[in-house]
Ligand binder design. Structure first.
Ligand code: FEO
Length: 398
């Protein structure tokens, strides 16, 4: 198996980032297609009385993690291992580390049990409560619980003397950046990483946007002097404003006016023909739109669809009927939209049928938390352009 690139960067006087640039994982969490790859950013603070490791890498790269650490620290100097979140993309390689290092694991009270159930680990463990400080070697680490971003075990920590916030998944992103810091990127790469951040947010954290709001307010009320946000994925931030504004926008259920995401499944291109008519008509409206399709020769990615739906005002779903039901891939997409996306979307449904018009109604039932403005059921490929025009008018005027 090819070995992904490892980058080691000095972030502050005492802190190094160990970044694994994973271009091997094609489906993050086994679900989300990420041709752009992902990084796992672990950190090590080397202090006079010993070292602190902050998180690790995915389990696949446990040995590589140990080899990389060894180049920068004597393993026996590692006194603490901070686990901000136990998901195995960060904790997987800690199995390797903690089987050879006698360090104290620090984390949310849930972490001990999770590490044991995932890896059979039974390490020395220090559970930290919300707002607890630990002082080590003259340095102070403050721990803040940020539950449901995106697991209940999630915490962030603030290294006071370095003015650094270790945020793990929070403010994280897919993609492999060419720079350490977001503000060092050119505009093109910044825009790309805004999209990767949105996609990551929608895929991974989107279900918990009410918790995002609560935890952002909680972090801001701490009045921490944060000079660096050291994320667990993607670029780091010296200026928090760009990513903070995006988080506020995404979590406040705002959308881009008229933005429309169109998703269709087409067994024999009848639905695709209907979607072409939708596209021709939507071009007459001042609307940003994007079309995703599933056909006999092509499949778009759920990760991109959910990323785009997040800040859309409208969704158009067009499906075939299959076994007197919604076509299965459309049911899958609708279930993801239901689970990950807030209810403030308007939906137009198109459904093609052969002998029984059931898919449209079933799709409406499935998406009952949203405002379904219209259903167009059509036999075979007999879509009526005038009906489409009227439905779009309702969609955009509602
Ligand atoms: Fe990057 Fe939820 O782990």
């Amino acid at each position: 198996m090819p070995i992904p690139k490892v980058e080691v960067s000095r972030i502050t006087k005492n802190v190094l980032m160990l970044r694994l640039c994973d271009d091997e994982t094609k489906y993050f969490e086994g679900l989300w297609y990420i041709p752009e790859g992902v990084t796992y950013n672990a950190y090590i603070a080397t202090l006079p009385e010993g070292a602190i490791v902050f998180d690790g890498w995915k389990h696949t790269y446990g040995e590589l993690f140990i080899e990389t650490l060894k180049q920068h620290v004597d393993l026996k100097d590692i006194k603490y291992v901070v686990v901000h979140h136990t998901e195995p993309d960060h904790s997987g390689s800690l199995k390797n580390l903690l089987s050879i290092v006698d360090a104290i694991v620090v984390g949310h009270p849930m972490v001990k049990d999770l590490l044991n159930s995932f890896y059979g680990l039974n390490t020395k463990f220090k559970a930290v409560s919300d707002n607890e400080n630990i002082t080590f070697s003259g340095y102070t680490l403050k721990f803040i619980h940020v539950p449901w971003l995106h697991w209940p075990d999630t915490i962030v920590s603030y290294l006071q003397e370095e003015k650094m916030l270790f945020s793990c998944d929070v403010f994280g992103s897919y993609g492999i950046p060419s720079k350490v810091f977001f503000d060092d990127m050119d505009e093109k790469e910044k825009n790309l990483f805004k999209w990767y951040s949105k996609k990551y947010f929608a895929n991974i954290i989107g279900k918990y946007i009410d918790w995002v709001q609560k935890n952002l307010a909680k972090l801001q009320n701490q009045n921490l002097d944060i000079r660096i946000v050291a994320t667990g994925h993607g670029p780091l931030y010296r200026d928090l404003k760009p990513i903070l504004e995006l988080y506020k926008f995404w979590s406040s259920k705002q959308f881009v006016k008229n933005k429309t995401t169109i998703v269709y499944t087409s067994m024999y291109r009848f639905v695709e023909k209907a979607v072409k008519i939708v596209e021709e008509e939507i071009k007459n409206i001042e609307a940003k739109y994007r079309i995703y399709g599933f056909t006999d020769t092509h499949r778009d990615a759920e990760s991109d669809i959910i990323g785009d739906v997040l800040d859309s005002e409208n969704i158009v779903l067009a499906t075939s009927t299959y076994d007197a039901d919604i076509f299965h891939l459309m049911k899958h997409i609708a279930n993801l939209i239901n689970a990950k996306i807030p209810e403030n979307k308007k939906i137009l449904i198109l459904a093609s049928y052969g002998w029984g018009s059931v898919a449209g109604k079933k799709l409406k039932e499935l998406l009952s938390k949203f405002k379904v403005v219209d259903i167009i059921e059509f036999k075979g490929n007999q879509i009526d352009r005038e009906q489409v025009k009227l439905a779009l008018k309702r969609l955009f005027s509602n």
